[in-house]
Design a protein around this ligand. Structure first.
Ligand code: HEC
Ligand code: HEC
Length: 376
């Protein structure tokens, strides 16, 4: 009797959960279409209420998630057909900036991104912490900036970042254009003393005078601090990394192998997709780390931005594109391997205490299919 009740409860909550998911997907779709414009969604998230997923997932603990009720990838229960996949995911857009029209701007942005002269001692560029030849990261838990000083957070990748609802782990900058102006003046990053100092330094470099004039031809005084951000942001908008998963979403069923497909199914059926969804598989909502089982961290996260009590330990859900290449993980870079990140996610976000090796192996395989195609 107890068992029947339990099953019934699970069935009902699963139903409610599925419905909720559908609703959320239409929300998310909305956010994504408009997200590029900027920070206007910074406070419009409103979908991270704690416990919202408790119903769907809090049941975790004692069940066998390898097989059993979630279908374990064998297809009974939740079938992963195209319609269902499209509720959760969409392929990366071909482009989000007109590269031809903005060629001069993008060229300038790339030069600035790579240029250590944007830092006080000519040693650190954006590329030092967000290496273009290394998936936009430095693979350090926290990054050494000016004089080797480190901040408290892990460098997220700049790849596909322009598609996020906002920038930084806590979403405190609205756009990549706005974000880019922060690190240059940050004493533990590039350490420049002031906007004026940056402009003065750039004006003394002949190349930049010309490049700014070409990029901002219609402006009287093109070399101003704000335009440094505009140019770097434009360049960052070109950093999209399509993967085999995009081919799969567009209909090429052979783009993923069997293990990757099993992993995808588990990723969806377990509920990872509830937070990691959309075009960049995340990046479009704010959620609490430790939603079901508390997670030890002293970082207040989004609380620092909003001052709202329920935003403590809430972070922007990271994109999972290229995730196999961007270790270490989490906002503080405290998690070294992808296996461990998956295990901790299952436990703390979904209340699943004992996920098996097979589960982790398959999900990891699926996540591997999100690596940039040109890098495989
Ligand atoms: C010393 C290392 C360092 C340097 C130099 C640096 N960054 Fe970062 N970057 C970080 C860290 C750490 C974060 C996360 C900070 C946080 O969330 O509070 C970050 C966050 C970002 C993000 C947000 C990505 C996301 O997913 O939210 C972007 C975009 C970015 N940096 C671009 C740049 C650009 C452009 C430059 C050069 C102007 C730059 N960074 C210079 C370390 C660095
Ligand atoms: C309730 C929302 C939620 C669910 C469900 C969820 N995640 Fe996450 N995920 C997050 C948040 C928020 C973070 C950032 C945590 C932090 O840095 O402290 C994150 C971080 C990660 C990271 C590390 C990313 C990075 O760049 O460091 C991986 C990998 C990941 N999640 C995979 C998964 C997998 C696999 C599942 C399913 C087993 C899952 N997540 C379920 C919200 C969620």
């Amino acid at each position: 009797m107890k068992l029947i009740l339990l099953l019934l409860t699970f069935f009902l909550s699963a139903q409610a959960y599925a419905q909720q998911d559908t609703e959320k997907r239409s929300d998310t779709g909305h956010q994504e279409r408009h997200g590029q414009q900027g920070g206007m969604h910074g406070d419009g998230h409103g979908d991270h209420e704690d416990g919202e997923h408790g119903g769907g997932h809090g049941h975790g603990g004692g069940h066998d998630h390898e097989g059993g009720m979630h279908g374990g990838g064998h297809g009974h229960g939740h079938k992963l057909d195209e319609t269902r996949l499209k509720q959760f995911f969409e392929p990366l857009p071909e482009s989000i900036i007109d590269a031809k029209k903005n060629a001069a701007l993008i060229k300038l942005g790339k030069k600035l991104y790579m240029d250590p002269r944007l830092s006080i001692n000519d040693k650190i560029s954006c590329n030092s912490c967000h290496s273009l030849s290394n998936f936009g990261v430095d693979n350090e838990s926290t990054s050494p900036g000016h004089e080797g000083k480190r901040g408290g957070r892990n460098s997220p990748t700049t790849m596909n970042a322009a598609l996020h609802i906002a920038q930084f782990w806590d979403g405190r900058a609205g756009t990549v254009e706005e974000q880019a102006l922060g690190p240059i003046l940050n004493p533990v990053e590039m350490g420049m003393p002031s906007e004026e100092a940056v402009v003065k330094k750039l004006k003394a470099i002949g190349d930049y005078k010309t490049l700014f004039a070409e990029a901002f031809g219609d402006e009287k005084d093109p070399l101003v601090y704000k335009n440094v951000g505009v140019a770097i942001g434009a360049f960052e908008r070109t950093l999209l990394t399509p993967s085999r998963f995009d081919d799969f979403l567009k209909g090429d069923k052979n783009a993923l192998n069997e293990s990757e497909k099993r992993g995808l199914k588990k990723f969806v059926n377990m509920g990872c997709v509830n937070c990691h969804n959309g075009a960049v598989i995340g990046g479009n909502s704010y959620r609490k780390i430790g939603l079901v089982v508390p997670f030890e961290t002293s970082d207040p996260g989004r609380y620092d931005v909003t001052g709202v009590e329920s935003d403590k330990h809430v972070f922007k859900v990271p994109s999972l594109r290229n995730i196999a290449k961007t270790a270490p993980y989490f906002h503080d870079g405290s998690v070294e391997t992808l296996d461990e990140a998956i295990r901790l996610m299952a436990k703390h976000q979904l209340g699943m205490d004992h996920v098996g090796h097979g589960m982790i192996r398959d999900i990891k395989a699926f996540l591997g299919s999100l690596t940039a195609k040109n890098a495989e």
